[in-house]
Design a protein around this ligand. Structure first.
Ligand SMILES: O=C(O)CCC(=O)C(=O)O
Length: 255
């Protein structure tokens, strides 16, 4: 990685300096296997469902084969083992995130998803999460975990190193499509495409410009997780000390 930071810098320094950190073995082998099992089982359950109680969950699934994680525990109501496995996987990701980046980060299911490309979906163009993912928070990061090896045969993320500083100076996009073009990305910094194995993670600031790595070749299948985390201030920050996610379970209907 460039700018001032090198791969030898801590993930925390990489994230602050470059807006992106690559963490090898973010999850260990057992944790990765458990997460893969959860995601595959959730997709099976989604595929079997003929009518979703939550229209937004149905819309995300239909439109881009995404699983919205906010209503997932409600959706899984009745699958208590799978719900417990989902919560255990999230707890692993949250624990690692706070260990590497500081204790203030809270899991944010409201803007977290599973994504499965099957060949039919549009590859995600250049964007920042701050506007395109409608994060709407002062501080947020995305813990992006592919469940397949990516960067060579299958698409990784393409990241513009250091773009978070520049993007913070610009107004957020507000239209329906909140994407940027190639010329814009080229002017924003140096592009990198990390190669990752399952268990590795790209963690990036919600102002860091990125897109799905354009794929050479035809149809492919690739599954990934987008676990977003936010930092809270004031009374929310204090309240959040009681829980590793926001909103805390005792305040949220869906968590
Ligand atoms: O998984 C991908 O290819 C795109 C993910 C992405 O853009 C995001 O998590 O913000």
């Amino acid at each position: 990685m460039t700018k001032a930071s090198a791969a030898t810098d801590s993930p925390h320094v990489q994230l602050t300096t470059n807006g992106v950190a690559v963490v090898r073995q973010f999850l260990n082998g057992d944790q990765t296997t458990a997460l893969r099992h959860v995601v595959a089982s959730v997709y099976d359950a989604m595929a079997r469902c003929s009518e979703f109680a939550n229209p937004e969950m149905a819309e995300n699934f239909k439109r881009w084969n995404g699983v919205w994680l906010r209503p997932l525990p409600d959706f899984l109501n009745g699958h208590s083992t799978l719900t417990a496995q989902y919560r255990a996987s999230v707890a692993n990701v949250a624990r690692r995130t706070r260990m590497l980046f500081g204790g203030g980060w809270r899991y944010y299911p409201l803007r977290s998803y599973f994504r499965k490309y099957t060949g039919a979906e549009e590859l995600v163009p250049w964007h920042i999460d701050a506007d395109a993912a409608r994060v709407d928070r002062a501080e947020a990061i995305n813990v992006w975990l592919p469940l397949d090896a990516v960067g060579a045969g299958l698409p990784s993320l393409e990241m513009v190193v250091g773009s978070h500083d520049k993007m913070r100076q610009l107004p957020l996009l507000t239209g329906e499509r909140r994407y940027r073009d190639d010329a814009f990305a080229a002017s924003a910094g140096i592009k990198v495409v990390p190669q990752l194995d399952p268990g590795d993670a790209i963690i990036f600031d919600h102002f860091t410009l990125h897109r799905t790595q354009p794929q050479i070749g035809g149809i492919f299948e690739r599954t990934s997780c987008e676990f977003r985390f936010i930092k809270l201030s004031g009374w929310r920050g204090l309240l959040a000390m009681t829980s590793s996610q926001w909103p805390p379970s005792f305040l949220a209907k869906n968590n």
